[in-house]
Design a protein around this ligand. Structure first.
Ligand SMILES: Nc1ncnc2c1ncn2[C@@H]1O[C@H](COP(=O)(O)OP(=O)(O)O)[C@@H](O)[C@H]1O
Ligand SMILES: [Mg+2]
Length: 211
């Protein structure tokens, strides 16, 4: 695992490849900035000339549309129940960035069966033709939904703040992914640090615990 800034992640994902790179943004803990980082990462990649799809995979508490200021015509329910493809439910958010809006509240919890989740994960690949990068904003926790999207991603960005509870939660997610033999690249992004040293300190704490 290594440290990363949004700009570094954007560069990494932009390195030439014919298949869209999938980047999952995860943290175990809520409120650490996953959604804002997903949106900003997508915008940085678009500014670097990449075509980006943003998937709101926070089933139950989906809010990427609000962060992006998008009024959603479609959401994942049109894919899960409505027979539309993920491409068809992608909506423009800003220049070169399209968003796939998630499911809110009970609708999300009721519809995200194992089967539906697997369909969404498998369909990520089908976005490859139209996009260079797919950024997946995941939910809090280490449940099946989060793990399935991280395991399917080429890169997982683990987001932590400097709070001890956030650090331990990220460490737990790191351990679970390692145990599952995750073969993608893991990056740590320390959000809301006061300065670079605070960020480096969190990185050291997690890498020492993981050693
Ligand atoms: N770098 C940052 N600086 C200041 N506020 C931030 C930063 N990152 C996130 N926030 C704020 O923290 C809150 C939680 O962010 P959000 O992206 O919704 O987190 P998550 O998706 O992990 O639950 C929001 O109010 C957001 O505006
Ligand atoms: Mg969120």
């Amino acid at each position: 695992m290594s440290r990363a800034s949004i700009e570094e992640l954007a560069k990494l994902a932009a390195q030439g490849s014919h298949r869209a790179k999938v980047i999952a943004v995860a943290s175990s803990k809520g409120g650490v900035g996953k959604t804002n980082i997903s949106a900003n990462l997508a915008i940085c990649l678009a500014a670097a000339g990449k075509r980006v799809a943003l998937l709101d995979a926070d089933f139950g508490l989906a809010n990427l549309d609000i962060v992006l200021g998008v009024t959603s015509k479609y959401n994942l329910s049109h894919f899960i129940k409505g027979g539309r493809s993920l491409e068809e439910i992608c909506q423009p958010a800003c220049d070169r960035v399209d968003v796939i809006c998630g499911l809110c509240g009970l609708e999300g919890l009721a519809n995200m069966s194992d089967f539906a989740r697997e369909r969404v994960v498998k369909s990520l690949e089908l976005l490859s033709d139209n996009y260079d990068v797919v950024v997946v904003d995941t939910s809090a926790g280490i449940g099946k939904n989060v793990l399935a999207f991280c395991m399917a991603a080429d890169h997982t960005v683990l987001v932590s703040t400097t709070e001890p509870t956030s650090i331990t939660d990220v460490y737990t997610l790191l351990k679970v992914l390692t145990k599952k033999n995750y073969d993608g690249r893991l990056r740590l992004l320390v959000n809301m640090a006061q300065n670079i040293n605070e960020g480096k300190k969190v990185y050291r704490q997690i890498s020492m615990a993981a050693a």
